[in-house]
Design a protein around this ligand. Structure first.
Ligand code: PLP
Length: 363
């Protein structure tokens, strides 16, 4: 018996998305590998969650997460009908693929970018077109538009590079695209600007946000999509009827109501990012300017490539992310910004390892 005959051929052939490691809580790693927030949510948000009446969990949640949509609309200056809430923004990405891309239709992205886009396109039977970024991390606009994509996915700031393309380029892309343009703003709270002001002028633009990074709620799984009311209506048809659970809705509303309380942590992360960028450059790493809560560091020329650095840092108790399957990134590490103490420890370990990694091999 071969189970292969039971599985869709395209699913059988695909590799599947590989999330970053979530280590056992028993092992105290400094965790700089999945871009989580190193600080907990503000006390006001934790208190709202602790005060939840758990007996109500026997009841289904509000199907469309209306309280979350209303709180988000108030914060971001939108109508509640323009907001769709997801079980994380990964859920929203699945909803986008299922709403807009029929089997065989084209999904175009600049690469490298968030690799889940590829997996989700494969699962939906779409045709995935990945176009390399142009030098200086410029958007390869002509090539992206060449297949007349039903969906263009742009992460801004981009992962894992950290760069943010100019908003004027996003606007031009929306103007020229015949399909939907998705701006994935997972890291936008760490950036200098955001795409919300473009929403009114571009009916094909959808912006998605997550509570997993800046809002320190990755474990609750909450994401938001902003679009025209007409597009939101179509996405509501596709999502699971109760896709956001009761506790997550409570956490999301509290986070939005206390959004100012996040500012000190966000400010610390931004300044640690800029400090780490300089410190790594001084040590021979090549680090492009980042607008996110991580940096992409090309390791110094020497005996060690990215994989060796990954292993040596892991032995020293520090987890970072390595994308060895991406040829353009073999000698790069993506390092999440942690607390000032974690960054000091990272640099201390890097200094200790530098001799071993760059000295010519003695054997
Ligand atoms: C982390 C991340 C997400 C996923 O966010 P969740 O809300 O945790 O599902 C989506 N897009 C990008 C670019 C990310 O980096």
């Amino acid at each position: 018996m071969n189970i292969r005959h039971w599985v869709r051929p395209d699913i059988w052939e695909m590799a599947g998305y590989l999330p970053g490691e979530q280590p056992d809580a028993a092992r105290p790693f400094i965790k700089l590998n999945t871009n989580e927030n190193p600080f907990p949510p503000p006390p006001s948000v934790l208190q709202a969650m602790a005060a939840a009446n758990l007996e109500t969990l026997r009841l289904y949640p509000e199907p469309s997460a209306r309280p979350v949509r209303e709180a988000a609309a108030a914060v971001y200056g939108l109508e509640a009908e323009q907001v769709v809430v997801g079980n994380g923004s990964d859920d929203l990405l699945t909803i986008l693929l299922r709403t807009f891309v029929a089997p065989g239709e084209c999904v175009a992205v600049p690469e490298p970018t968030y690799s889940l886009y590829h997996s989700l396109t494969q699962i939906q039977g779409g045709r995935f077109i990945g176009i390399p970024w142009e030098p200086g991390w410029q958007l390869p606009m002509e090539s992206l538009l060449a297949c007349h994509p039903k969906l263009l996915l742009i992460t801004r700031p981009n992962a894992p590079t950290g760069h943010a393309i100019p908003l004027s380029v996003v606007a031009e892309l929306c103007q020229r695209a015949t399909g939907i343009v998705v701006l994935d703003e997972a890291y936008v709270d760490f950036a200098d600007d955001n795409g919300l002001p473009l929403l009114g002028a571009h009916p094909n633009l959808i912006i998605i946000r997550t509570f997993s990074k800046s809002m320190a709620l990755a474990g609750m799984r909450i994401g938001l999509a902003f679009s025209s009311v007409a597009l939101a209506e179509q996405m509501h048809k596709v999502r699971d009827s109760y896709n956001v659970n009761r506790l997550s809705q409570i956490a999301a509303v509290a986070a939005l109501q206390h959004i100012q309380s996040y500012q000190p942590a966000l400010q610390t992360i931004r300044s640690e990012r800029d400090r780490l960028t300089l410190a790594l450059r001084q040590r021979g790493f090549q680090v492009p300017e980042s607008q996110a809560n991580f940096v992409l560091a090309q390791v110094p020329v020497g005996k060690w490539g990215g994989r060796e650095w990954l292993g040596a840092l892991r032995e020293a108790g520090i987890l970072v992310r390595y994308f060895g399957q991406e040829p353009a990134l073999v000698n790069h590490l993506r390092i999440t910004i942690g607390t000032p103490e974690e960054m000091a420890q990272l640099l201390k370990q890097i200094d200790r390892l530098l001799d071993r990694s760059v000295a010519p091999s003695g054997e």
